[in-house]
Design a protein around this ligand. Sequence first.
Ligand code: ADP
Ligand code: MG
Length: 665
Amino acid sequence: MSNLSKVKGVGPKTELLLNKIGINTIDDLVTHYPYRYDVLRRTDLKMVKDADEKIVVDGKVESIPLVIRFRGGTNKLNFRLSTQSGMVGVSIFGRAFLKQNLPIGEKIIVIGKYDSSKNIINASDIKFGSLTNQDRIESVYHSTSGLSQKVLIGAINNALMTYGNSISDNIPHYLLDKYNFLNKKTALNIVHNPPSYEKLKEASLRLKYEELFEFMFKINYLRSANKMDNAGVERKTDKNLDEFIKTLPFELTNDQKHVLDEIIDDLSSSQRMNRLLQGDVGSGKTIVAILAMYYNYLCGYQSALMAPTEILAVQHYNNIKELLKDTPVVVELLTGAVTKKDKMPIYNDLKNGTINIIVGTHALIQEEVEYHNLGLVVTDEQHRFGVNQRSNLKNKGIKPDVLYMSATPIPRTYALTIYGDMDVSIIKEMPKGRLPVITKVFNNKEMKEVYKLMEEELSSNHQIYVIAPLIEENEELDLTNVYTLRDKMNLIFGNRYRIDIVHGKMKPKEKDLIMGEFKQNVVNILISTTVIEVGVDVSNATMMVIFDANRFGLSTLHQLRGRVGRSSLQSKCLLISDKDDEKRLKIMESTNDGFEISEEDFKLRGSGDLFGTKQSGDMTFKMANLRNDYKILLQAKVDSQDYLKNKDYDNDELKRRLISSIESD
Ligand code: ADP
Ligand code: MG
């Protein structure tokens, strides 16, 4: 359902503001759930001892509010209020405009702090109405400047009132009955205006279940579609991959060998591969993928490697070229940064089959690109290959095998569920000769020690990554930014080292240039935001320094740390944090095992960090949380499987709708 502007109270200006926070349809609006609830419970003023305690009282206005105006434009409103705890003065800043809404006798709720010596409430907020003996639960929403809570709440409730009955419900009728679930409109209404905790719990359960049901239906559908799909290419070759493996500068680990076997089995079978390759940063996934692509080449098919960023695409391209330099394999690079003129010959060579391996970003699966016989697609880091993208290729008459590489170690049970549509291979073993990275947590007062350790590393001609959360100074956030940090470090190291910056807002060309210089050891310290989070490989970089480390989830920190420790040199990771977050960060000191860290992260933060927006767009839920709601997920998995398989429901409007939404995804 679209057309937000139909909602009462949503004019063109409000519509734009709503769009700004991702609300584009009426469905989006009614599922813009509160991110927090405030509880208003009447305070007995006689019991207040601490002047800093937050208090809530309700009562009647007893005197006409007096407005005091100060120089500089501020103002103050003073009036008396009769409450259950007696008469009290109320004083609030900046609300002169409320005066006409506060006639004598008006019932209001006042929130603030109570000064018992003066019998005055210094109010921070005033609401209309009165409290009952039950807690009043107030919804608080994420918004944007210019869009007040009041307008947002009004829009949501108007939309619910007018369109609530036509909002689609994604739970089949028989399951609604089975679990005695509330209907959709009622549940939405309760979540936005909770009458009680019990009701709120009941309504959220239903909405969580619905999200997870829909999600698991999708996973189950994809899995069965893949299983039924025998249209994969059956590859056979009498040429020997082992010959090539012998030319590698190192021996494969046992895990690598095992995983490679699994992949080659997939490629050789007529069933289409849909496999997730999980392994810590540096565990050697990429080399396995390259070997798979080489095998695919031996069998006479093209391969594509898709990376999430330009930097990574370029790095993969260079690696692959280097590794395959003594073979006749033709490798090319295709990213958004390649000019139109340069793209044309690449398009041609993909179409006529001259190119064997193409490396790039999403440009690889755009409309214009035609392949001669694409047999294998490898995607690096978390990009689930959308069904849409798959069907893009399908329409061109190709159904390649797909290998997903992910450096996000997810606890196995969760992986089996949320990647239920894929087979999962895991590399646990690190290549031989790697020294575990030494990690240490510092606070801002220990910076001297940090700079000393940095100097030690630099003076042995090793390089350093520095991570800071912000690009530029930001008034609202008191965090380290890359530019200020560079100036500071130039001062500290007396301009003896070359320090440069990479961040997300730079043009790909600029980034590539600086990354190139870092790779060649021209740049000694590379300061960046987390754009380098994934995959970058510079083995002479032996130190990772992360500012405001408390801002990051453990899994992210672990991935960042994986940038170092990529050679036989001893590497170090320094985490700087001023917040009381040491216990959590100490976990980083104690282990280098990504799976262990992911378990801890899961326990501590829930799934947010693991499955954050960057990990995969299709795994973020508005209401459900994979850790807390794991049981609901399991139930939804079973139920959605039954629903999918049971032919009696094949004519259900809902089932058709769910399937068609997956296919057009
Ligand atoms: P990942 O993709 O899992 O992060 P890579 O495949 O990039 O890991 O491997 C990291 C580094 O380790 C690369 O420089 C690669 O050449 C090297 N490497 C991979 N496998 C081995 C191995 N079995 N022995 C030694 N070095 C290896
Ligand atoms: Mg196959």
